[in-house]
Design a protein around this ligand. Structure first.
Ligand SMILES: NC(=O)C1=CN([C@@H]2O[C@H](COP(=O)(O)OP(=O)(O)OC[C@H]3O[C@@H](n4cnc5c(N)ncnc54)[C@H](OP(=O)(O)O)[C@@H]3O)[C@@H](O)[C@H]2O)C=CC1
Ligand SMILES: Nc1nc(=O)c2c([nH]1)NC[C@@H]1CN(c3ccc(C(=O)N[C@@H](CCC(=O)O)C(=O)O)cc3)C=[N+]21
Length: 764
């Protein structure tokens, strides 16, 4: 198995492409073209090759290169002064002084002179210190940076791996170890004095060799599967006369043991230059971001900036604008409103330094403060008003929503009607009830149109009267909907008058269809129940009624025989015959009357309320109960007050009540043996002008324990009764707007009575 050979050339090309893209977007964002200065001292041929390479690649990725070739005997001072100029030159974002430098020049001083922001080698102590303390967003030495990228091409995560760095130079070994440490490797650094190097190598998951000692690491020194990074580059002469580059690792051996390995050449080397490009781009980007004008500073810090003499080099001298316009005095104040920076006040004077004296600044700042204060006051006022308005609007919106919902739920719509203008406004629910599409205004005609034809005249009349009198009104009418269905509407309206001729109605319309239908159903079932109980009562009376009918029939038969006899005489006695015939007719009528009443009572009819004479209604029932009373030895007496006013009622239903009360009274006296059984049916006008009908018996009376229940449905004291009688009676009387109740008599027995309002003939 051989190791994966990490292709430094390919990855370096990748890095260069990224850099080229970065340069393009930096330019697009208005940044300056990145520039790299390469300083070469002396004539070292290898260095010339490298530098030429760097310059070429710089141009390739779209950056500018500046090459400075100095003689080998250049003074340190001259070199440092060149560096100073390069530091100040805004076209230059990166400075690289190629190593090695001649002996007479102190490389550390050179490195320390390079502006840390332009130190693309990452050798300046400030950058070294930053990397050493884990600040990775700074310029990082190129070779270790490239190595990390190579390692990452084979490892997603190297945290926890054992890493051995051989070589402890400031250029490679030490920063390398820092980067590996930062990536959470367990890092060892080996150097010339390290003992048992091979054994240490065999422990390393990641082996970075940077000594410049060819063949230092053999295959046997590599931990199987380890990642081997060979930084070393040594040019060795070959027998052919040509030279070739070798690394520190015996590649042919190590490639058989390692998991991944970099070749030399084509490994770390190309990465170093690619990372130099990347560092130069980073430096240029940082410079663009830092293009800190005074304005930017003010915006960022909200502190005012004053430059008394802008021609003197200062923090803002690098500002593009300052460089081009050379203002002499600059004052920049933040304009803050409601803790928000809304702008900056920028004043400059291109003629004199010290134009913005402290007292002038104070005046400016004070007036700005005054304006701010006033703004603050206005702002908070507006803010408060806004909040208040929002709250009110929200409340209104919510209550509107509640109202609409309530209208929908209660099927009640509202309306407004201005009589003078004829303008009518409907709520959504009103539109729904009338089944019209929503419209901004409505006419009286629309209401009339929708009204059931049978009710139209009445509705029109109500509306006309309301418009004329300007008085509250309420009416109930039906709507005939487009689909042919009928709706029952109840409308009430209240008149408001703010001027004598200016009447406005505010009202509500309720769809009471469901209520009316329920009432109708209830009335129907009550009528049916009443009919059934009526038949039951009549059923109980069958025997006595049959007897009651039989009697006139028997009389008729007897009279018929008498007639035949009188006619059979030699001289027929016609006077007698006539007398008998009259008797027959009257008895026939009597029987017929009973049958007729029976038929009326047993018929199932709609309720028909008419003005009727209650005495007459009572009298008609007597023949039906006459025989029953006789048979049970009850004396039945009528005490009917003459000239009673008519009552409005359904004859059959009221007669059902009367007959029920009489039958109950008769039954209540059945157990009575020690006294006479008297039943009195009385009619009279009571003190309050009501027509009163009372049925008084001398029976067993009402058990006080039952007094409350006797009118309840299903309550009965009779063994065979259904218990519907009194409950139906009461509902009939209540339907007539009257009252039915029972009292105990002073003597034995009880009195059941009902009271009805006299019927007012409608005045036409
Ligand atoms: N590919 C690339 O881009 C680059 C390649 N290089 C190459 O990397 C190599 C190292 O460069 P650089 O760090 O600048 O060189 P230096 O000479 O500055 O450092 C060499 C380091 O290796 C250590 N060392 C030397 N011999 C041994 C040994 N036998 N066993 C253990 N440690 C040893 C030294 O230890 P001590 O400190 O005790 O002397 C020293 O720390 C060179 O071949 C150089 O050409 C360098 C830079 C970039
Ligand atoms: N201030 C400074 N910064 C440096 O980064 C720096 C320096 N001085 N001095 C010298 C070392 C060495 N160095 C290399 C750069 C590229 C290759 C490189 O491209 N190598 C190719 C081969 C190049 C060739 O053909 O010679 C490769 O390994 O494939 C090698 C080595 C940067 N160094």
């Amino acid at each position: 198995m051989t190791a994966h050979i990490i292709d430094g050339n390919a990855i370096a090309a990748e890095v260069r492409r990224e850099v080229a893209t970065g340069v393009t977007s930096l330019l697009a964002a208005g940044g300056e073209q990145p520039g790299l200065a390469v300083v070469l001292v002396g004539n070292d041929p290898a260095s010339h090759v490298y530098v030429a390479n760097k310059v070429r690649q710089t141009d390739t990725v779209g950056m500018r290169s500046f090459r400075y070739d100095l003689p080998a005997d250049v003074s340190e001072r001259d070199l440092l002064s060149l560096i100073g100029r390069l530091n100040a030159d805004d076209a230059i974002h990166g400075i690289l002084v190629q190593f090695p430098l001649p002996q007479h020049i102190d490389s550390r001083r050179v490195v320390a002179t390079i502006n840390p922001e332009k130190d693309v080698d990452g050798f300046n102590p400030l950058n070294v210190g930053r990397v050493a303390t884990g600040m990775m967003d700074v310029l990082t030495p190129c070779t270790p940076l490239g190595v990390m990228r190579l390692i990452r091409s084979v490892h997603d995560d190297i945290a926890g791996l054992g890493a051995l760095v051989i070589g402890a130079s400031n250029v490679v070994g030490r920063p390398m170890a820092q980067l590996l440490l930062e990536a959470q490797c367990t890092v060892s650094i080996a150097h010339i004095r390290t003992t048992d190097l091979a054994a240490r190598c065999r422990q390393a998951d990641i082996l970075v060799v940077a000594t410049g000692v060819p063949d230092l690491i053999r295959g046997a020194d590599v931990k199987p599967g380890a990642t081997v990074i060979d930084v070393g580059i040594t040019r060795v002469d070959q027998p052919s006369g040509k030279s070739r580059l070798v690394g520190d690792v015996i590649f042919d051996e190590a490639v058989k043991v390692a998991g991944a390995i970099t070749p030399v050449p084509g490994g770390v080397g190309p990465m170093t230059i690619a990372c130099l490009m990347a560092n130069t781009l980073s430096a240029a980007r940082a410079a663009a971001a830092r293009a800190v004008s005074a304005l930017h500073y003010v915006i960022r810090t909200r502190e005012s900036v004053g430059l008394d003499d802008a021609s003197v080099r200062n923090l803002y001298s690098d500002d593009e604008y300052v460089r081009q316009k050379h203002p002499r005095s600059v004052l920049c104040l933040p304009v803050v409103k409601q803790t928000k920076l809304v702008g900056a006040l920028y004043l400059e004077n291109n003629l004199t330094p010290y134009a913005f004296t402290p007292d002038r600044v104070a005046v400016l700042e004070a007036s700005q403060a005054a304006i701010s204060l006033e703004n603050t006051r206005l702002y908070s006022e507006v803010q408060r008003e806004n909040t208040e308005r929002k709250r009110a609007e929200e409340e209104l919106r919510r209550s509107d929503a509640y109202l609409a919902e309530a209208q929908r739920l209660s099927r009640t719509g509202s309306f407004g009607w201005n009589v003078a203008t004829g303008e009518i406004i409907w709520s959504d629910e009103t539109f729904r009830i009338f089944d019209y599409d929503k419209a901004p205004s409505v006419t009286v005609d629309m209401v009339v149109q929708r009204t059931h034809p049978d009710d139209r005249a009445a509705v029109q009349q109500t509306i006309d009267r309301a418009a004329r009198d300007g008085k509250d009104f309420s009416h109930e009418y039906r709507l005939l909907m487009p689909d042919g269905s009928v709706r029952y509407i109840q409308a009430v309206a209240h008149a408001t008058k703010d001027a004598p001729r200016h009447v406005e109605f505010v009202g509500a319309v309720t769809d009471v269809t469901a209520t009316r239908r329920a009432e109708e159903a209830l009335r129907q079932s009550q009528a049916e129940l009443a009919h059934v109980t009526r038949l039951t009562t009549l059923g109980e009376l069958t025997a006595s009624i049959a007897h009651e009918v039989n009697q006139p029939l028997a009389t008729i038969v007897t009279n018929g025989e008498v007639c035949l006899r009188w006619l059979a005489r030699e001289v027929p006695d016609l006077a007698e015959v006539r007398e008998a015939l009259r008797d027959m007719i009257s008895n026939g009528r009597r029987a017929g009357g009973i049958i007729q009443r029976l038929r009326a009572l047993s018929k199932r009819t709609e309720t028909q309320k008419v003005g009727l004479d209650i005495n007459n209604a009572i009298s008609e029932m007597i023949p039906l109960v006459h025989q029953e009373a006789l048979g049970r030895r009850v004396s039945l007496r009528l005490e009917l007050a003459p000239a009673l006013p008519a009552v409005l009622g359904d004859r059959v239903q009221l007669q059902q009540v009367i007959i029920n009360l009489i039958v109950n009274g008769i039954e209540a006296m059945a157990p009575v043996t020690d006294r006479s059984r008297d039943l009195v049916v009385r009619s009279q006008l009571d003190d309050s002008g009501q027509v009163l009908v009372a049925v008084e018996d001398s029976g067993v009376g009402i058990d006080p324990g039952n007094a409350k229940q006797i009118f309840n449905a299903f309550f009965t004291t009779k063994p065979s009764g259904m218990g519907m009688g009194l409950s139906i009676c009461r509902s009939i009387i209540e339907n007539h707007g009257g009252k039915l109740w029972a009292t105990r008599n002073a003597g034995p027995g009880a009195t059941f009575q009902f009271a009805l309002q006299p019927h007012q003939e409608p005045r036409s």
